[in-house]
Write a protein that binds this ligand. Structure first.
Ligand SMILES: NC(=O)c1ccc[n+]([C@@H]2O[C@H](COP(=O)([O-])OP(=O)(O)OC[C@H]3O[C@@H](n4cnc5c(N)ncnc54)[C@H](O)[C@@H]3O)[C@@H](O)[C@H]2O)c1
Ligand SMILES: [Fe+2]
Length: 403
């Protein structure tokens, strides 16, 4: 009884949102894409009227010299910049404050985010803090709580996964509470996104596979959720098709810029989709794995995705069948149950072939009640999932992830 009343309550929020959300004018960044497109960076900096730019990146990228790919063109064009490379995976509030100090001390008036989702999200929040200096990061948690517009932000992703270059979100870790939380605001969408697959050629195979599965999770959670629109469905289907056709090959041999380019576009398309529809239980659980144990976001999603789909197959079978068809797993006239099952089995097989386990090795049984509580709190109102789970069902699901 309690469960059905709760479901009714949540659906009373989800269904009206389905009609209201598409009315929200989510900005789309100016997209510059294709191998070698990083050469357009100085022009983008100038067109955004930036006098001095802060580059936000991580030590992984400065240590392998990849950051030279952007400082080179800036040096040639004599564009002043400074670098903050202290972003950690699952960026923390402290990372944001450290970057903000460098931004303010050097009188910067624009930001380049260079890296995966971690530097991109950290850069978004440095920008949000710079233009809202009286507002601590925690006070911006949730929806539409960034008051003033950010300084111009140019996103240059070096992984093909998060789609953060297209989204309204920044995900932040709070080491004090071991939580990951999202700041969601239209002002967080970067002004420009430069997708240059040549920057991704050296991505290690396990980062290629897990970030690619993050993008697939965005496409799938957006597609099976109640809030999808024709625009988001097209982007989800395109992203899914590309990932299914290319990810395993690129995992085996990442040296082909055209295939890398396809994956970068897929990640961007999936970002365009999920930023208009929200995600689902996979992300709600994965954020806890990141917050509690530091499990990389894409790895957590890849592991959790088939479990959540297995649990939602009845409610989402038509959508999963569509995804199976674009993945080349069958014809549209096949039985939906069979197609949906094939799609989930394909994800399990991909994980296996790419060395992704079927459990979270860090997960501890005693943490499960907290994980369930936080995952349901994150998803209940916001995530329009096809099957709403209660505490017991979510507990059973998370239990399956134990090593
Ligand atoms: N804002 C959003 O919409 C959104 C969506 C999904 C995920 N996220 C967040 O993004 C973060 C994860 O981002 P991610 O998966 O891209 O990983 P990441 O940014 O944490 O990078 C992972 C590792 O890959 C390395 N790396 C990145 N690019 C490389 C390259 N080209 N060559 C060699 N090494 C490279 C980095 O140095 C780092 O060590 C999480 O915090 C997650 O919550 C945000
Ligand atoms: Fe994600």
């Amino acid at each position: 009884m309690g469960f059905s009343l709760k479901t009714l309550f949540l659906r009373c929020i989800h269904y009206p949102s389905k009609f209201i959300y598409p009315l929200i004018p989510v900005p789309v960044p100016d997209l510059i894409s294709g191998p070698g497109s990083i050469t357009n960076l100085p022009e983008s900096v100038r067109s955004q009227r930036i006098d001095k730019v802060l580059i936000v990146t991580d030590k992984g990228l400065t240590s392998i010299g990849l950051a030279d790919k952007i400082t080179g063109p800036l040096n040639e064009e004599k564009i002043p910049y400074c670098i903050f490379d202290g972003v950690q995976p699952n960026p923390s509030i402290q990372n944001i404050e450290d970057g903000l100090s460098i931004y303010q001390d050097n009188n910067c008036n624009g930001i380049i985010a260079f890296g995966g989702g971690s530097p991109m999200d950290c850069a978004k929040m440095i920008g949000a803090r710079a233009s809202n200096p009286g507002k601590p990061v925690r006070k911006m948690q949730g929806k539409f709580r960034v008051w003033r517009s950010l300084p111009p932000l140019i996103a240059v992703p070096t992984t093909a996964g998060t789609g953060s270059e297209a989204t309204v979100a920044a995900v932040v870790s709070d080491p004090d509470t071991h939580e990951k939380f999202a700041v969601v605001d239209l002002k967080l969408v970067p002004k420009v996104a430069i997708l240059d697959a040549e920057l991704m050629l050296g991505l290690p195979p396990h980062v290629t596979s897990t970030t690619g599965m993050d993008a697939l999770t965005h496409a799938v959670e957006s597609y099976v959720g109640l809030m999808s629109t024709p625009f988001t469905r097209k982007n989800s289907l395109d992203a899914t098709k590309i990932i299914m056709e290319n990810l395993e090959q690129v995992f085996q041999d990442g040296s082909n810029p055209e295939k890398r380019d396809q994956l970068a576009l897929a990640s961007y398309y999936a970002g365009l989709a999920f930023t208009r529809t929200w995600v689902g239980y996979v992300h709600a659980i994965a954020h806890n794995m990141g917050g509690l144990y530091g499990v990389p976001h894409g790895l957590a999603n890849a592991i959790i995705l088939p479990y959540v789909l297995d649990a939602s197959i009845e409610q989402a079978k038509n959508q999963l069948a569509d995804l199976a068809v674009v993945s080349g797993l069958g014809q549209a006239n096949y039985c939906k149950d069979v197609l949906a099952r094939k799609f989930i089995d394909k994800i399990k097989l991909m994980n296996k072939k790419m060395g992704i386990p079927s459990f979270i090795k860090e997960l501890k049984e005693e943490d499960i009640p907290l994980i369930v509580k936080r995952a349901l709190a994150e998803s209940n109102i916001d995530y329009p999932v096809p099957r709403i789970m209660n505490k017991q069902e979510m507990t059973e699901l998370v239990n399956q992830l134990l090593p």
